[in-house]
Ligand binder design. Structure first.
Ligand SMILES: [Zn+2]
Ligand SMILES: [Zn+2]
Length: 174
């Protein structure tokens, strides 16, 4: 049996996940930590600092995550805090395969490789974080639940639409 947090009470839920075990959430803000614990961010869990939440099935996201889709949330940079490990972040940029033609820069932990956020020239002043790096897993089910599912045209056929999530064939932010 797996234990599933009660999503109605929004009780913080910090399972054993990764080496960094000092994540926190206090209702207004929460942490996102890389797999080895070297890099930790904190971000607001509601607007205006929390801009949006979305799933992306684009071919880049499949390759970047080494999985079938990315689950993301966008944060206004003025609300984003690097709690530790900023010097341990490496970056990689390219624009060749980005559908919109913009340059996207990946920011990942130099030690463990966790992708912490992406910054795009199409989203000035914002960083696109990863729901999976958020330490309080109850937020994955509640405040960070994706609002939009985009590039569903590229979704693998064996995966169904997320429940109560707006479906968009291609790019949702055009
Ligand atoms: Zn790391
Ligand atoms: Zn994508």
């Amino acid at each position: 049996m797996t234990s599933v947090p009660n999503t109605l009470t929004l009780k913080p839920y910090f399972p054993l996940a990764g080496v960094g075990q000092d994540g926190w959430s206090d209702g207004d803000r929460a942490t996102a930590t890389c797999f080895c614990g070297a890099v930790q961010l904190s971000f607001p869990t509601q607007g205006p600092g929390l801009v949006d939440t979305f799933i992306c099935h684009c071919t880049d996201c499949r390759k970047i995550t080494a999985s079938m889709f990315a689950s993301n949330f966008t944060v206004d940079d003025t609300y984003l805090v690097h709690e530790r490990g900023r010097e341990n972040i490496s970056t990689y940029s390219q624009s060749q395969t980005v559908t919109t033609g913009h340059t996207m820069t990946n920011h990942f932990c130099s030690t463990c490789g966790s992708l912490m956020y992406r910054v795009g020239t199409g989203f000035p002043g914002m960083s696109i974080l990863r729901i999976g790096t958020v330490d309080d897993f109850s937020l994955h089910e509640s405040k960070l639940k994706p609002r939009i599912e985009q590039f569903i045209k590229d979704r693998v056929a064996w995966l169904h639409a997320a429940e109560d999530v707006e479906q968009v064939q291609g790019y949702a932010y055009a």
